[in-house]
Design a protein around this ligand. Structure first.
Ligand code: NAD
Length: 368
């Protein structure tokens, strides 16, 4: 029995997680994979109830769960709150407390949606790459940092890019393991020609790969070239690993190759502990979309596909994860579209109808 913590959050988070729960229930009812779900509050809804975006009991439940599925947090209602009360502080807080250092962002193009990309069809069809971003180090956390006024009255801003070799090693191992179960190719991204921290990054990744993963074809690329290659010829990549700052930008470029925010899942993983437990949070890449919240028109597929990632990476339920991805592809092949992925004048299905269509396909796939 796997224990899942559902954190719906704000805006469309409620709708997309509620729809994904139907998929969880499907597996619980019709297969030998069993789940129990609990719910916790985070973000604006948590603030409204407890005057904090990150209640203590949410962290406690998160620590007890085998994996967490999150919708999204934030919205205009809470934008004027003091910094520490804003919904985003809840999300950053839980990521920090669970030490979720590895962010996995697949960029996969579903054949039926090839035309949604701004790039030419032949550049993106069948694209399936994985960006692995380090999430707890680098410029975003390095000290010293801040802006000060100098003696001559001008202001100086300082941020520090910092990584130690242990941090590089643990993210390298996550990426090498992923490459091992995918296409056995890893490209590590740095700026080793001008930034010493990333020169060390390159050395550590090379050492680990040579010592423990000789079967993986490792290459290195400068970040500026990678940005260019991602739009020129993205299919040359399989798994890409990089630091927090470069990963922030490259993962957004990669995800937009697919053309649709409502289709993009993600996972954030912690370190495996001695007892085998590994904290993991799965969430769609999109935000709370206040402009469409409460209308039952959001695309639930990014969250449903995030649940598929949970099955694969937290529970090693490959068959069930594959089934969800296949079901989503078939539903799209049949022409079902939520508004965000529909062409002009194309009929649309609602958020709940999309989830029901996925379940219909799952029924067929799992019966075979
Ligand atoms: P957003 O991702 O919420 O929305 C951007 C656009 O994409 C909107 O037009 C929205 O309607 C559309 N969209 C997003 N997801 C969709 C889906 N599943 N189906 C159909 N259309 C979808 O980004 P934003 O508007 O910049 O931010 C809105 C709020 O979300 C802000 O408060 C922001 O801070 C927050 N946010 C939260 C997260 C998170 O929780 N991880 C991430 C990004 C933004």
């Amino acid at each position: 029995m796997k224990k899942i913590l559902l954190i719906k959050g704000d805006g469309i988070g409620d709708e997309v997680v509620t729809q994904t729960k139907k998929i969880i229930n499907f597996f619980d009812k019709h297969t030998d994979k069993k789940f129990t779900c609990e719910e916790a509050l985070l973000g604006g809804v948590a603030y409204d109830q407890y005057q904090t975006p990150y209640p203590k009991q949410t962290l406690e439940l998160a620590k007890e769960a085998d994996a967490i599925l999150l919708g999204a947090v934030g919205g205009p209602k809470w934008e004027s709150l003091a910094y520490q009360h804003r919904p985003e502080r809840g999300l950053l807080g839980i990521r920090k407390d669970l030490q979720l250092f590895a962010n996995l962002r697949p960029a996969k193009v579903f054949n039926a949606l090839c035309d949604s990309s701004t790039l030419k069809k032949e550049i993106v069809d069948n694209l399936d790459i994985m960006i692995v971003r380090e999430l707890t180090g680098d410029l975003y956390f390095g000290e010293p940092r801040g802006v000060s006024t100098l003696a001559d009255g001008s202001r100086q801003g300082i941020n520090t890019m910092t990584y130690n070799s242990k941090e590089v090693e643990r993210i390298a191992r996550v990426a090498l393991e992923l490459a091992n179960i995918r296409g056995k190719k890893l490209c590590s991204i740095d700026k080793a020609n001008v930034i010493e921290t990333t020169e060390m990054w390159r050395e550590v990744v090379s050492e680990i790969a040579k010592k423990d993963y000789p079967q993986i074809q490792l290459s290195h690329m400068y970040v500026d070239n990678c940005a260019m290659q991602l739009v020129r010829n993205p299919k040359q990549f399989d798994v890409v690993v990089t630091g927090n700052m470069f990963g922030d930008i490259l993962s957004d470029i990669a995800s937009m190759l697919t053309g649709s925010l409502g289709m993009l899942p993600s996972a954030s993983l912690g370190e495996k502990q001695k007892n085998g437990k590994q904290f993991a949070l799965y969430e769609p890449v999109h935000g709370s979309a206040p402009d469409i919240a409460g209308k039952n028109i959001a695309n639930p597929l990014a969250t449903i596909l995030s649940f598929a990632m949970m099955l694969r990476y937290s529970f090693a339920y490959e068959k069930e994860a594959d089934a969800i991805e296949k079901a989503a592809a078939l539903v799209l092949d049949d022409g079902n579209r939520t508004a965000d992925i529909a062409n002009k004048n194309q009929a649309t299905v609602s958020c709940s109808q999309m989830a029901d269509k996925v379940i219909e396909k799952l029924n067929e796939i799992m019966a075979n």
